[in-house]
Design a protein around this ligand. Structure first.
Ligand SMILES: [Zn+2]
Ligand SMILES: [Zn+2]
Length: 147
């Protein structure tokens, strides 16, 4: 193993958590994909890499919820693309999703700096904005050009 998944496994161990085989396979798949994956895409990936280790979607879901709880994986509802999971990378990024054409725009984490500061100052609340999907209308659709 190399790269992102190795860092995540080190972080898991540093938190005193056990790295069981299902946990390792899910982290490995997320790290190698370099992308957001749905549970079924993750399942296909693990199946292809480890045909001898079949994993149910329930098991994968449980591992993902655990990784999310300890702050290493983000879970994002991407609309038509489904609910996706990804290792939380730095710097983080987020998405704008058009409800009309389904087009997406990737945005920088810096746009949330002001929101984080406001929530912290006014509500003493530190939000965990891992990987956001914001829905709306893109420029092209707002202009009425749907072709
Ligand atoms: Zn993303
Ligand atoms: Zn659009």
């Amino acid at each position: 193993m190399k790269g992102a998944e190795m860092d995540v496994i080190e972080q898991v161990k540093a938190q005193g958590e056990r790295v069981t085989l299902p946990r390792r396979l899910v982290i490995e798949a997320l790290g190698q994909a370099h992308d957001h994956l749905t549970i079924s895409a993750l399942q296909r990936h693990i199946q292809a890499e480890h045909p001898d280790q079949p994993m149910s979607d329930t098991t994968i879901y449980r591992v993902l919820q655990w990784l999310k709880a300890i702050g290493l994986v983000s879970q994002t509802d991407m609309g038509q693309a489904g609910t996706v999971y990804a290792l939380i990378d730095r710097p983080q990024h987020h998405h704008l999703i058009c409800l009309n054409c389904g087009g997406t725009i990737t945005i920088d984490d810096a746009v949330f700096e002001a929101l984080r500061a406001t929530l912290s100052a006014q509500y003493h609340f530190m939000p965990r904005i891992d990987h956001m999907a914001i829905y709306g209308t893109c420029e092209r659709c707002a202009d009425g050009d749907n072709s």
